[in-house]
Design a protein around this ligand. Structure first.
Ligand code: SF4
Length: 243
């Protein structure tokens, strides 16, 4: 019997989660509770639709010519896709058989041993490091950054191509010393291909209200362009080719 996953949704022509044009699968379930999450409707695993690997592969294959032309592929995002490692492994295995590039967008909050098999079929990891400062990370997400940093080290060990993503939130993740510590950490990793600084936005705020959750960042502004540039400058200083 084909493996089923708990899926929130999928979309055919994503352009922001990895290279080229991508088929993006939003998996259901996440162990974090990030204050800036724009997909709080993906948090509860049980809210997902049961979908077989076969259906996703069949849908994704329809866009193979776009993927080929744009050097794109498939990305699993979420939620936290590593919460369903068996499903993602099977999906990626089938995509590799079809010659489709595979990427996973993850917070990295997972035991390394649970995802080693998935990583064998993963071409690119988009790793969100929400803060290098554990106190800030805990306050922002509800848990420690230990697993994320462990996964980052493992990805370097196995030389897995990785992009680092950093969401810049004024008053929360804009501490320049924390950013400098993260930049130094990344500079010691030779598997990193890119660093993306993502300015905080409030596009998901309405979902928090619809779900009856308390959105704490209501009064936090989006970052000014100068702040984004300053943060990029720090990353560029330590990792000149990655920003
Ligand atoms: S890891 Fe992603 S999906 Fe999970 S709470 Fe944070 S922003 Fe939302």
């Amino acid at each position: 019997m084909d493996i089923k996953g708990k899926i929130h949704s999928y979309e055919s022509c994503g352009t922001v989660d990895g290279p080229g044009i991508r088929f993006v699968v939003f998996m259901q379930g996440c162990p974090l509770r990030c204050k800036y999450c724009h997909n709080p409707d993906t948090w509860k695993l049980s809210d997902g639709k049961d979908i077989e690997v076969d259906e996703i592969v069949r849908e994704a294959k329809k866009y193979k010519s776009y993927m080929k032309f744009s050097k794109g592929g498939i990305t699993v995002s979420g939620g936290e896709p590593f919460m369903q490692p068996e499903f993602v492994k099977e999906l990626f295995k089938r995509c590799k058989d079809e010659g489709i590039h595979t990427a996973i967008d993850t917070s990295g909050c997972i035991e390394v041993d649970k995802v080693k098999e998935v990583l064998k079929y993963t071409d690119l990891v988009l790793l969100d490091i929400k803060s290098y400062n554990d106190n800030v990370f805990r306050d922002l997400t509800g848990i420690s950054n230990e697993k994320t940093l462990n996964l980052a080290k493992y990805l370097t060990e196995i030389k897995k191509p990785t992009w680092i993503r950093y969401v810049l939130v004024p008053e929360i993740t804009d501490n320049m010393e924390d950013i400098e510590s993260l930049a130094k950490f990344i500079s010691g990793m030779d598997n990193i291909e890119k660093i993306e600084v993502l300015p905080f936005h409030k596009l998901g705020e309405y979902k928090w209200k619809e779900l009856g959750y308390n959105y704490e960042l209501e009064n936090i502004p989006v970052p000014k362009e100068e702040m984004v540039e300053k943060v990029k400058t720090i990353f560029k200083y330590y990792c000149p080719t990655l920003v």
